[in-house]
Design a protein around this ligand. Sequence first.
Ligand SMILES: [Zn+2]
Length: 327
Amino acid sequence: MITPADFADKPLIATDDVPACPVCGSKNFSQSASGFDYESQTCRNEWFFVRCNACTHVWLNPRPAISTLGVIYPPTYYAYNYQQQINPIALAGKRWLDSAKMKSIIKRLPHEPSSFVDIGCGDGRFLRAMHERGLKKSDVYGLELDENVIAPLRADGYGAFCRRVEDCDEIANNSIDLATMFHVIEHVDDPGAVVKKVASWLRPGGVFAVETPNVDSLDARAFKEKFWGGYHIPRHWNLFSPPTLKRLFEDNGLRVIHTSFQTGHSFWMYSLQHRFNYGVNPKPRLARFFNPLKGLPMLIGFTAWDKLRESLGAKTSAMLMLAQRDA
Ligand SMILES: [Zn+2]
């Protein structure tokens, strides 16, 4: 069982209280989970998730102070060098799933998009995909917080900016047909402000597609107390369910037009990895098989398992919600 002593050589980082529900504003909440930075071991704080007694939203409280972001997102953080760390077969599979996801979004738009922004655009793969669909590079935007990935995209002609959504004034109001944000909203400090700002960028009829962990899923319930991979402690600050994400959109000017579920294979694997590394009677040799970046047989198995569940109507741990600005 993990104790603070296991992280004794790590820093104790500064925190900020979040005294009201980021979705509904209620100050009536109860503790729902606790844990440590199991994945990256960046700090020795014990962290707590609370659940709103009014709307059921779940958030990290207290959460890391903004001044500590350089600690909790170290240069080795996997999202920064995904391509180097992930198994090549898994990378090819991810590209296929990403492409299918984008097609499933575009077919639900009122017309072929002529302008696009991807928030948290990483290496720009979706920017390139939309340019290949026929969009002008000057109508394709990407936001990312790492200047090293933004600079080459900007040099290539894309509207790429090293900005948070709330601070980005380079995108005109009423100019965007499709905005996407995949696994980002759970990291931001004010998700309502982000939705409101993106809604202002959309043209009438424009769509905002958000993918984020679903805290009301089978794996989230099975590993609820501490080990669920979707917690990503302490980097996931807000955890939504279909009703709370819908409310966030509606309170900030958008109407939900579609909800679907993607495979949550990496959350299953991280949950089991944490359980075997840090649970009662730890089994670290077994835990290695559940590393989502390396454990290919389990990755294929859990992807197939969630695909099957999704086809049977289950709500997996990765939900994709499309919300539209009224035409
Ligand atoms: Zn609430």
